[in-house]
Design a protein around this ligand. Structure first.
Ligand code: LMR
Length: 395
């Protein structure tokens, strides 16, 4: 049975982890995978997570199954984090399920869409996170793209995006990144979100909002602005969230999938379908990450500490954007890289060619995705001069 298989290349993002690890150059820089790194280049466990972990070890009394929906407390705390005091919560129209990471949330969302309409079309931004396509394809959805990033002007092609969204069908789904667009870093303004919400309402498509970086741009509420606005305007919507980045729980695989239905009764119905979908894939989500998040979010003390640790991560990333642009200038580069400071979150495209990306890797041990997507968190005061000088050389 296995004889007919051909080896597949490593994932374009995850494959960089191994290459970087094996590189013995002491000057190497990892701008590949989207994980937060501190100034020393480490991805440490948040202090609030450590405390929650100690508490859980002391108080956990059972490891018995918890069912496909996951922990009820986690689901409740997550829905407050996502929606704040939103009418969809007051109207009891949401159902939140804990999932194995944000990717697990996306996969069950895609399977759910497929259950609503086999082979349904999902529109994704051009470009989008490479794995979106793989996840949606695996669930049997048809993928189409809407214009998003204007590579030439390093900005948003908002007119192109809106024009395409006006033409999609009412039984299509549209994937939108809530904030910190991956891979471009180019987000919608609040005014642009208002226009998208009007189009969504008018056309009647189902928004699938991916919020993998809540709190990494401006703040927890600010980053959910577009998502909350959409939820006010449409009857049905799906939200996929991740606790990988903002809680630093990457390997614990914890995220959530929320369905918003038209009424409280229909929410029960769609929840029964999602539970069925989950049972057929992984049966039940892992519990440890959820236990940590619910412990933090249900303790005012730990929540305060989390907010301050999240702010520290956010401020460092935003500071790195300006730092890189300044250093590129200082190193005599005349090309305008100021767009990097107008983007947000973990990523930006440098806008260099794949050959230049390869040269940076081969000659200078600087790792980024082929598309020239850089993970801004990998920049630090100790490496930014070397980074800017190396980019100057390949340019
Ligand atoms: C990324 O885009 O680098 C992250 O979301 C990690 C991943 O799984 O690709």
């Amino acid at each position: 049975m296995f004889a007919s298989l051909k080896a597949l290349p490593a994932d374009p993002i995850l494959g960089l982890i191994a290459k970087y690890r094996e590189d013995t150059n002491p000057k190497k820089i990892d701008l590949g995978v989207g994980v937060y790194k501190n100034e020393a280049g480490d991805t440490t466990v948040l202090s609030c997570v450590k405390k929650a972990e100690r508490y859980r070890t002391d108080t956990e009394t059972s490891k018995v199954y918890i069912g496909p929906t996951g922990s009820a407390l986690f689901n409740e705390e997550m829905s407050k984090l996502i929606f704040g005091h939103h009418k969809v919560l007051l109207e009891n129209r949401t159902r939140t399920f804990s999932t194995p990471g944000g990717t697990g949330a996306l996969r069950v969302a895609a399977e759910f869409i497929h259950s609503c309409k086999a082979g349904a079309t999902i529109w994704v931004s051009n470009p989008t996170w490479a794995n979106h396509n793989a996840v949606f394809e695996a669930a049997g959805l048809t993928i189409k793209t809407y214009p998003y990033y204007d590579y030439e002007n390093k900005t948003l092609d908002f007119d192109g995006m809106l024009a395409q969204l006006k033409k999609v069908s009412s039984d299509d789904a549209v994937l939108l990144h809530a904030c910190c667009h991956n891979p471009s870093g180019m987000d919608l303004t609040n005014e642009q979100w208002q226009q998208v919400a009007e189009v969504a309402k008018g056309v009647g498509f189902t928004p699938l909002v991916d919020m993998a970086y809540q709190g990494f741009d401006s703040g927890l509420d600010e980053d959910a602005y577009g998502l909350r606005l959409l939820a006010e305007n449409v009857k049905e919507m799906i939200v996929c969230t991740s606790c990988s980045k903002n809680f630093g729980l990457y390997r614990e695989r914890i995220g959530a999938c929320t369905l918003i239905a038209e009424t409280s009764n229909s929410a029960d119905l769609v929840a029964s379908v999602l539970a069925y979908v989950i049972r057929g894939i992984y049966s039940m989500p892992p519990a440890h990450g959820a236990a940590l998040v619910e412990t933090i979010l249900s303790s005012s003390e730990l929540t305060t500490e989390w907010h301050s640790e999240l702010k520290e991560m956010r401020d460092r990333i935003n500071g790195n954007r300006q730092l890189l642009v300044d250093k590129l200038k200082e190193n005599g580069i005349t090309r305008d890289f100021s767009f990097i400071t107008r983007q947000s979150g973990m990523f930006s495209f440098l806008g260099i060619t794949p050959a230049q990306v390869q040269q940076l890797q081969d000659k200078y041990s600087i790792y980024m995705v082929d598309s020239s997507r850089i993970s801004i968190a990998g920049i630090a005061n100790r490496n930014v001069d070397y980074l800017a000088q190396s980019i100057a050389k390949v340019l």
